[in-house]
Design a binder for this molecule. Structure first.
Ligand code: FHN
Length: 583
C-alpha cells in the first residue's frame, strides 16, 4: 500500500489531496466494514440523488477576494493564507459578518428547484471559523459576530421541511486560526503554532461531535485537505461517525482511510471510478468562497453537460455556490441553477438513480441507463437525423423523453442500431432519447476510421486497456497512465478502407527516472518496435516515429501496443499512436 500510494502521487498529476501514505490493514478495514447489501442500502439515497449543492460560506465572504485594497489571486476562501493575514486581523472580520439577508428556506428551495437532492455546507473551513454555535471555541458565528444566529440550525430545519438531505463539510486538519491546526505550506503567524494532535483533541473532536449531535440527521460528513493527518490522528476522529448511523463520508479524512466516496475536484474523471462511488465537486465560476470580482461563470449548457457526463460515468455532481457576507447566493448562480432545474424537470428521469453508460464513447453525446432503458443524451444532433447507437441488442421502442407516445423508427442489426430522429434538435443543450432494449446491452467496440488523408489516430480514449494497472487518466487530453505492470497492454479496433504502408508515430511522456521500456505496435502479423526515452516529466509529451506497418487489404484490424520490458516505475504515459499513410 505504501508503495502504491507513492506511485499514485507520482503519476497522477490530477490527484487533489492524497491521503497520507499510511497503512490501514485489511483487518481494520473489515472491523469497520459492512456487508455489500448493507452498504448498498446505506448508499442508496446518494446513488439515486446524483446532484447536490455545495455551499462555501464563511468570513472570507467579507473581504470577498480583496485585502488592503489589493485583489488577492486564487480561490476566495484561501485569502487568509494567500495574503498571509495575521490570525488576529482576520478574526476581526467576524465583527463585520452580519448576513441579515440569509434565508435558509430560500437556499433550500433554490437547491430543490435546480433538481438537487442534497446540500453540503462548510461548517468550518480552513480559516478555522465555526459557522455554527460551538462550545469548543469562541471563534464561531454565535460568539464572534453581531449575527448571533446559528445558520446551520436554520438550514437543517429547512432541509427537513423540504426533504433535502444535509451534509457538513469540516476541515479537520487544516485550521489557520487555532494553535496546532495544520497549514499547507506552513504557518505565517506564531499564534498558529501548537501541537496538532492536541488541536484535534480539543477543537476538531468536540466540534465534529457538535455538528453530528445538534442538527438532526446528518447524511454526509465531508472531510477536506488531510494535511499531516496520520493514521493515529484520523483514528481520533473516526469513532465520532457512529453518532450518525448511515452517514456517508468522503476519502479526505486521511491516514489511509478511503471513506465511501472518491472526490475528483473541478474535473470529470475520464472513466469514472468503476469500483467506487464518486462525486465531482465543481465551482460555477472559479472560486468556492465568494469573490466579488470573479465573473468567469460557466454557462448553463456547460453545467448541464457536466451533470450528464458525470451521471454517464456513474457519479454524482456537487455543484458549489459561494454566498455573500449578506447571506445572498450570487445572482448568476441563481440564474444557472434555475435553468438547470428547468432541464431537470423535463429530463430528471434520465439522471436520478441511473447507472453508467454501457458505451465507452458516443460521437454525439452520452448515455445513462436504468430499468432496461437507455437514455441517450444527444449533445450534437445528427445532421442527417440518424442517430447511430453502437450496440447489438434488439430495441423494443425508442422515443423522445418529452414525447413517449410517438415512437421513433429504429433499425437494428449486428452492426448497430440506427434511430430516425426529428430533423431539428428539440433541446440544443441535451435532448434525451429513450431506448427500451431487450437484455443486457451488448456494446460494439469503438471502431476507428481513417481521416480524409488516410491517417488513423488511435487515441488513449479509444483504446481497450487489457490488464489490472494501466488506466485512462487526465482532464482534457487523456492518456493511458499508471502503467506499472508490463503485462498490461492496449488494443484498438481499426477500420481500413484505404490500405497501404503507414508510418507509426507514438505520442508519450516518461519521467526522467523511468526511461528504457520497450514495446511493439503490432497489426496483421507485423510489428514496429519502440523504446521509451525520458521526457521532462509524466506530463511532458513527445511524438516519436517507431517504424512502418503495411496493410494490404481493406477490413477491420486489431492494433495492439504491448510492452516488452519495463526497467523503471512505469512503461510510459501514452497519448496516441498514429498511422500516417506513406505517400
Ligand atoms: O482547500 C479546499 C478548497 O478551499 C475547497 O474547499 C475545496 C473543495 O473541494 N477543497 C479544498 C481543496 O481540495
Amino acid at each position: 500500500m505504501r508503495t502504491h500510494m507513492a506511485i499514485v502521487a507520482a503519476f497522477c498529476a490530477a490527484a487533489a489531496f492524497q491521503a497520507e501514505a499510511q497503512t490501514v490493514t485489511d483487518e481494520e478495514q473489515q472491523m469497520a466494514s459492512e456487508t455489500k447489501d448493507q452498504r448498498d442500502a446505506r448508499m442508496a439515497w446518494w446513488r439515486e440523488a446524483r446532484f447536490g449543492m455545495f455551499i462555501h460560506w464563511g468570513l472570507y465572504a467579507v473581504p470577498a477576494g480583496t485585502w488592503n485594497g489589493e485583489q488577492i489571486p486564487g480561490i476566495g476562501e484561501w485569502i487568509m493564507h494567500r495574503a498571509e493575514i495575521p490570525a488576529k486581523d482576520y478574526a476581526a472580520l467576524a465583527e463585520q459578518f452580519h448576513p441579515v439577508q440569509y434565508d435558509a428556506d430560500a437556499w433550500v428551495r433554490l437547491a430543490k428547484e435546480a433538481g438537487m437532492k442534497y446540500i453540503v455546507i462548510t461548517s468550518k473551513h480552513h480559516d478555522g471559523f465555526a459557522m455554527f454555535c460551538s462550545e469548543a471555541s469562541t471563534y464561531d458565528i454565535c460568539d464572534a459576530t453581531p449575527f448571533k444566529r446559528d445558520p446551520l440550525k436554520e438550514l437543517a430545519a429547512a432541509c427537513q421541511e423540504h426533504g433535502i438531505k444535509l451534509g457538513f463539510y469540516y476541515s479537520q486538519a487544516q485550521d489557520w486560526h487555532h494553535p496546532g491546526g495544520a497549514a499547507a505550506g506552513g504557518h505565517w503567524d506564531r499564534a498558529q503554532e501548537g501541537d496538532m494532535t492536541q488541536y484535534i483533541r480539543t477543537i476538531a473532536v468536540p466540534q465534529v461531535r457538535e455538528i453530528l449531535s445538534n442538527y438532526g440527521p446528518i447524511a454526509i460528513l465531508w472531510w477536506d485537505t488531510p494535511v499531516d493527518m496520520t493514521k493515529e490522528r484520523a483514528e481520533i476522529l473516526l469513532p465520532l461517525l457512529d453518532l450518525q448511523p448511515g452517514i456517508i463520508t468522503n476519502n479526505r479524512l486521511g491516514g489511509g482511510y478511503e471513506g465511501d466516496t472518491e472526490t475528483p475536484e473541478q474535473f470529470v474523471p475520464p472513466t469514472g471510478y468503476p469500483e467506487r462511488d464518486w462525486e465531482t465537486c465543481m465551482t460555477i465560476n472559479d472560486t468556492w468562497g465568494y469573490k466579488s470580482y470573479d465573473n468567469n461563470w460557466k454557462s448553463t449548457e456547460t453545467l448541464i453537460r457536466h451533470l450528464v457526463d458525470i451521471a454517464s460515468k456513474g457519479g454524482n455532481f456537487l455543484l458549489n455556490v459561494g454566498p455573500t457576507a449578506k447571506g445572498l447566493i450570487p445572482e448568476p448562480s441563481i440564474e444557472r441553477l434555475k435553468e438547470i432545474g428547468q432541464w431537470m424537470k423535463v429530463n430528471g428521469e434520465a439522471i436520478y438513480g441511473t447507472s453508467a453508460s454501457p458505451f465507452r464513447r458516443l460521437a454525439w453525446g452520452r448515455c445513462t441507463q436504468k430499468d432496461g432503458r437507455l437514455y441517450l443524451h444527444v449533445f450534437e444532433w445528427p445532421q442527417d437525423g440518424t442517430l447511430r447507437v453502437p450496440m447489438k441488442n434488439a430495441v423494443t421502442r425508442a422515443y423522445l423523453l418529452t414525447d413517449a407516445s410517438t415512437p421513433l423508427p429504429v433499425v437494428s442489426s449486428g452492426d448497430g442500431t440506427t434511430i430516425e430522429a426529428p430533423a431539428m434538435a428539440p433541446d440544443p443543450i441535451a435532448t434525451v432519447v429513450v431506448v427500451e432494449v431487450e437484455g443486457a446491452v451488448e456494446a460494439l467496440p469503438v471502431s476507428i476510421e481513417q481521416d480524409t488523408e488516410g491517417a488513423a489516430v488511435l487515441s488513449a480514449t479509444d483504446a481497450e486497456i487489457v490488464g489490472s494497472r494501466a488506466r485512462l487518466e487526465g482532464h482534457q487530453e487523456l492518456n493511458i497512465g499508471f502503467w506499472t505492470d508490463a503485462a498490461d497492454y492496449v488494443t484498438w479496433n481499426l477500420l481500413i478502407v484505404r490500405p497501404g504502408t503507414f508510418r507509426v508515430d507514438v505520442e508519450y511522456a516518461c519521467d526522467p527516472g523511468s526511461p528504457g521500456s520497450t514495446y511493439a505496435v503490432a497489426v496483421d502479423g507485423q510489428e514496429a518496435a519502440g523504446e521509451v526515452r525520458a521526457t521532462a516529466g509524466w506530463q511532458d509529451y513527445r511524438k516519436e516515429r517507431v517504424g512502418r506497418l503495411h496493410i494490404d487489404t481493406p477490413g477491420t484490424y486489431t492494433v495492439t501496443l504491448k510492452p516488452t520490458r519495463k526497467p523503471g516505475a512505469a512503461v510510459m504515459n501514452l497519448r496516441s499512436v498514429t498511422l500516417q499513410p506513406e505517400s
